[in-house]
Design a protein around this ligand. Structure first.
Ligand code: SF4
Length: 336
């Protein structure tokens, strides 16, 4: 089916057993990603975005995963590790915030990319090596033949991230998951890496999942956005819709916390009041209730519903939103 999503996640729940009890890091999550599109997943630390990506890749060491993760028609939950290993790299690949921890310090960039290619395609060493040089050139590394012989510590942070991207692309995956790939980079290099990912996506028709805490990154690269809070989906919408008219109060405060061009130079950064919820002792109702300005201004009956009943994602205003009192609806005080 031409229009079927490449990645379809349904009812995904990831639970860690800890000495203090079970921690449900991801709870009943659903998402879809189509070929040639980028889904940005945003949220504060602990919202479950990285755990979601690790569960999709089958890298959720020590966690119990239930639900469904379908990649191009194939169910991944429950697949033996041997099968998953074959799919990682060949069909889906991941890049991380810190390429140094993912690259082996004792092997050259070229050797690591070539090995990846060789393992998945069974190619001869010389062919894999020449493909590694090609890939380094494709990701914008100057003098790729010479630099293929250099070790990770000889590359700058931005160049190391390019090496990681080349390694991820070595096996021509359909899905690329990028977990905070530019967080450790300065803004100029960040822009170059985001442009590179967008160009490669267009050229190769990749589906991309971009995990970030930075809504500015999402605005640049994503067509669709999933906002996560407390391990659950708060809102999922096309990027223009979400930025123009956020429906979930958490999305609203996330957007309000972004620095603006007209801010005074000495204006303090706008922090989100309160703390993310404890996943060890989840509240019965909406996880955002203790921090929610919309609930705080609501009549007692609405506030009680927010505190006692967990909102489920529902289709409204051209997106999915999990909120009893979404914005722009005439709840308790008129539209906002
Ligand atoms: Fe706020 Fe209630 Fe909506 Fe939760 S359900 S985000 S507490 S208004």
């Amino acid at each position: 089916m031409a229009d079927a999503p490449l990645l379809s996640v349904r009812d995904l729940t990831v639970t860690f057993r800890t000495p203090h009890g079970p921690v449900r890091a991801v709870d009943s999550l659903a998402l879809t990603v189509r070929r040639g599109r980028t889904l940005g997943i945003v949220g504060e630390s602990g919202s479950g975005k990285s755990v979601t990506s690790l569960a999709v890749m089958g890298l959720h060491t020590g966690a119990e995963v239930t639900g469904s993760v379908v990649l191009d028609g194939r169910e991944l939950v429950g697949l033996p590790e041997r099968e998953l290993r074959r799919l990682r790299g060949r069909r889906m690949a991941m890049i991380f915030q810190d390429p140094l921890s993912s690259l082996h310090p004792s092997y050259t960039a070229g050797e690591q990319i070539a090995e990846h290619h060789r393992v998945h395609f069974g190619s001869r060493r010389a062919a894999a090596r020449s493909r590694a040089v090609e890939l380094l050139g494709e990701v914008g590394i100057p003098e790729p033949a010479r630099r293929a012989g250099e070790y990770p510590h000889q590359f700058s942070g931005g160049m190391r991230q390019r090496v990681m991207i080349a390694m991820a692309l070595a096996c021509e995956p359909d899905l690329l998951i990028a977990d905070e790939p530019t967080t450790a980079l300065d803004v100029t290099v960040q822009a170059q890496i985001l442009e590179l990912i967008a160009r490669l996506q267009e050229e190769r028709g990749l589906a991309v999942v971009m995990i970030t805490h930075d809504l500015g990154v999402v605005a640049r690269v994503a067509q669709d956005v999933l906002v996560m809070y407390g391990g659950r989906a708060a809102e999922q919408a096309p990027v223009e819709t979400l930025f123009a008219r956020p429906a979930h109060p958490y999305t609203r405060v996330l957007l309000d916390s972004l620095p603006r061009l007209d801010d005074a130079d000495d204006a303090p950064l706008r922090a989100i009041p309160g703390s993310p919820p404890s996943l060890l002792t989840p509240a019965p109702g909406c996880a955002f209730a203790p921090r929610c300005p919309r609930a705080a201004a609501a009549p007692p009956a609405d506030r009680a519903r927010c505190a006692d009943t967990r909102p489920e994602p529902e289709a409204a205003q051209g997106r999915l939103v999990a909120c009893h009192l979404p914005l722009h609806t005439p709840a308790h005080g008129g539209a906002r």
